[in-house]
Design a protein around this ligand. Structure first.
Ligand code: 13P
Length: 390
């Protein structure tokens, strides 16, 4: 149950004047440190995975651990793809288990940003998944010195924000008002007047990227102007770095586990500081009562084939697995064959959807229609199907 709909979570934060932390994770130490802090604070949390970090870990391998951590939690959790780079990345993120998606086409022209974001919103909403868009450009790279990636800040304008949100129907908007990704030497100057105007105009949860380096007062002011999600990473990586360097200096001849000792706790302490500062501590109970649980749906077909050999049936099933698993919202496709030779039905498909909305979008998807009409239905006249939640 504790995996919940991120839109419910952020709407509550927006209406109640606090922000949920979206902490980027790059290893199990991060995952466990973030979850420990959120549990200690009884706070909602967003486990965030940035596509730019996929060079440091295997997204496919990490996601089952992230989903397991969310499912066993006692606090509300959402799993978010941060800075998805393409439409395909967004589909991949959803199909691996993300229930919130950000597409970042903020460096493109406004028209191209709108077109790309709109396509992702259509696809993601048909899977029940909310979308964060970004307008304006927040320069820098998470985990690095912001000064080394100066790029010009492009501030979000109120009129463009209005057009963008109306045309794309994003659920949350990341705005550029002076923050920078990564480690900054100076103190960022934030344009709160602009932020307030954007908030008054849009009335949807706003997102701040580049949380590292902001002061306590700046965070309070951001939240007062409608910021309901704060993205945070570099400071966590730096706390981990300090711990590793300390370990190396006190235990110069030790190996990996000694060097990594305490990293999880140093991350957790910083996450706890943020959660308490941003006002999300002790919100878990009220949120769990109102957030829609994020529950996968299973689509089961049991069937017999007619007019094809066993070998042809195998080929049809493996082609189906390849084709159907790429449809947005499909978490997993498995096929089976009865053990008993006299079973009333011999074959099964079990298709896991991320959300009940996928029942309809999957059925209408052109890949499903072609597969079902040309390869499956002509040979599988005798069948029973059911969609259910476990
Ligand atoms: P920082 O690394 O500056 O905290 O920013 C994180 C971020 O915005 C991730 O999207």
């Amino acid at each position: 149950m504790p995996l919940v709909n991120m839109k419910d979570m952020l709407n509550h934060a927006y209406q109640n004047g606090y922000a949920v932390g979206a902490f980027d994770l790059v290893s199990l130490d991060f995952l466990e440190g973030i979850m420990d802090a959120a549990e200690r604070c009884h706070a909602p949390v967003i486990l965030s995975l940035a596509e730019s970090h996929f060079e440091y870990f295997d997204f496919e391998l990490a996601m089952p651990a992230v989903v397991a951590a969310a499912r066993r939690a006692t606090i509300p959790v959402a799993i978010h793809l941060d800075h998805g780079e393409s439409f395909e990345s967004a589909v991949h993120g959803i199909n691996r288990g993300c229930n919130g998606i950000m597409v970042d086409s903020s460096q493109q022209t406004l028209a191209d940003n709108i077109e790309m974001t709109r396509a992702v919103v259509d696809m993601a909403h048909a899977c029940g998944v909310p979308v964060e868009g970004e307008l304006g450009y927040v320069p820098g790279v998470e985990g690095e010195d912001a000064e080394r990636h100066p790029g010009e800040i492009a501030y979000t304008t109120v009129s463009e924000a209005k057009d963008y949100v109306t045309q794309t129907e994003v659920d949350f908007l990341a705005v550029s008002i002076g923050t920078v990704h990564g480690r900054m030497q100076g103190k960022p100057k934030l344009d709160f007047f602009r932020l307030q105007e954007i908030n008054d105009t849009l009335g949807i949860p706003l997102v701040i990227h580049g949380g590292t380096g902001l002061s306590d007062e700046q965070f309070q002011q951001l939240i007062g102007c409608g910021v309901s999600k704060i993205n945070y990473y570099t400071s966590l990586a730096d706390k981990a770095g300090v711990q590793i360097r300390d370990n190396a200096s006190t235990k110069p001849h030790h190996g990996y586990t000694s060097l990594a000792a305490g990293v999880r706790d140093s991350i957790s302490i910083e996450v706890e500081r943020c959660i308490r500062l941003w006002g999300s501590a002790n919100r878990a109970t009220e949120l769990l009562a109102l957030c829609t649980p994020w529950m996968p749906v299973e689509h089961l077909i049991i069937y017999n084939v007619d007019g094809i050999t066993e070998h042809q049936a195998n080929t049809m099933m493996s082609e189906g697995q390849n084709i159907l698993s790429t449809i947005p919202g499909v978490l997993e496709v498995t096929t089976g064959r009865a053990i008993q030779h006299d079973a009333m039905y011999r074959y099964t498909w079990l298709i896991r959807f991320c959300h009940s909305a996928v029942i309809d979008s999957y059925r209408a998807h052109p890949k499903h229609v072609v597969f079902a009409d040309t390869l499956f239905r002509p040979v599988a006249g005798e069948r029973i199907s059911i969609d259910y939640q476990t």
